[in-house]
Design a protein around this ligand. Structure first.
Ligand code: NCD
Length: 360
């Protein structure tokens, strides 16, 4: 993927590009400057982020290591702008910023900013960027974070933008933590290559599924099952890409048949906040719940994942099974987001050197 400069393309031209065509604009010399779409991460970039996350995780275990990490970015500030509800993504970005020493300010409710006085969201975010060195944003409008990145790259002081969830579209840092969790889970069984993953639930509107599906295409011989009622099946754009990339997949409504086949099950909730007329309440989704009885069908070394929040789609009795890794995903989010921030600011080499010197 050759890098392209955001200040050499007009906003109109840029807006006409697909997410995949935009991806090279967010990368500089093999490293993300902005982190906005899953398509921008190559396999080497994913491997680098995962290994850096492991360095951070291990360095942070000691007091001396924590203070080394905190001195990396003590001279920088981040703005967490969340215009949609969030628990884990917000808290893990906040924790990640603290881990690497970035001071954080946040706006979690647009009604507390000058947007209520009629200021455009673009001007509001440009204002945030004047006081800070990084914008982490979650917004209901798909593609909006990308436009903000274009805008901020066309100022005299470009500020990186991280997409913490955009509409029904993308959630690239969730996909990074999912890949990190898969990597760690399959550490002793050959990694993600050759594995079979089932996505279950609301695949049409689940942005975590969409972003992770893109990232899985970077691995060899992965097979994907998309398990959902027809109304909530995965989008045509993902299918077209998988066809083009010759990734093997199957679309099905038969959850129980799939369970024994897979190495990872990725459960999701129904994203009914996008309903227009309560339409998803008419769909019987109970066939797509993972129950205690399903545990006996699952391979011994498989994993059960969920981006959370969950409703009824995973029985709480499943939590105690060692194959349930969704609470590990939550913690992995903090490490991979720390790694991403360090990498955006070019601090990765120093962290790796420290790791080599201080851990065996
Ligand atoms: C997800 C999201 O916001 O898309 N949550 C998260 O960030 N872990 C999934 C969801 O809300 O269902």
């Amino acid at each position: 993927m050759s890098d392209k400069a955001l200040n050499q393309v007009s906003l109109d031209e840029f807006k006409r590009l697909s997410a995949g065509e935009k991806a090279p604009y967010f990368v500089e010399n093999g490293r993300s400057f902005h982190a906005l779409v899953a398509q921008q991460f190559s396999r080497p970039m994913l491997e680098d982020l995962c290994s850096l996350a492991t360095c951070v995780r291990r360095i942070a275990k000691t007091r001396e290591g924590s203070s080394f990490l905190q001195s990396r970015l003590f001279d920088k500030r981040a703005m967490l702008y969340f215009a949609q509800p969030s628990t884990r993504t917000f808290l893990s970005f906040d924790a990640a910023c603290q881990t690497v020493g970035l001071d954080c300010v946040n706006v979690r409710d647009s009604s507390t900013s000058s947007e209520v006085k009629g200021e455009s969201p673009e001007d509001t975010i440009r204002t945030f960027s004047s006081y800070t060195d990084l914008i982490v944003m979650r917004h209901p409008a798909g593609g909006f974070a990308e436009e903000i990145a274009w805008m901020l790259s066309n100022t005299s002081r470009p500020v990186p933008v991280i997409n913490a969830g955009s509409g029904k579209d993308q959630h690239p840092t969730q996909a990074l933590l999912d890949v990190y969790t898969l990597e760690r889970s399959f550490e002793n069984t050959g990694g993600i290559d050759g594995k079979t993953v089932a996505f279950v639930g609301d695949l049409k509107r689940g942005r975590t599924v969409r972003s992770l599906a893109w990232l899985l295409t970077k691995y060899n011989d992965v097979k994907i099952y998309f398990v959902a009622p027809p109304e909530l099946q995965i989008g045509e754009d993902i299918i077209a890409y998988l066809d083009g990339a010759k990734v093997s997949y199957e679309i099905t409504g038969d959850f129980e048949r799939v369970i024994p086949e897979v190495d990872a099950i990725y459960m999701t909730r129904i994203q009914d906040e996008w309903d227009i007329d309560n339409e998803s309440s008419l769909i019987d989704t109970s066939k797509f719940y993972f129950t205690k009885d399903h545990l006996s069908l699952l391979k011994e070394d498989a994993v059960i994942m969920h981006p959370l929040p969950r409703r009824k789609e995973i029985d709480v009795a499943v939590d105690r099974d060692p194959r349930a890794v969704y609470w590990r995903q939550v913690r992995n989010g903090m490490w991979i987001r720390s790694a991403l921030i360090l990498s955006i600011f070019g601090c990765d080499a120093k962290v790796r050197d420290y790791y080599k010197e201080h851990t065996s």
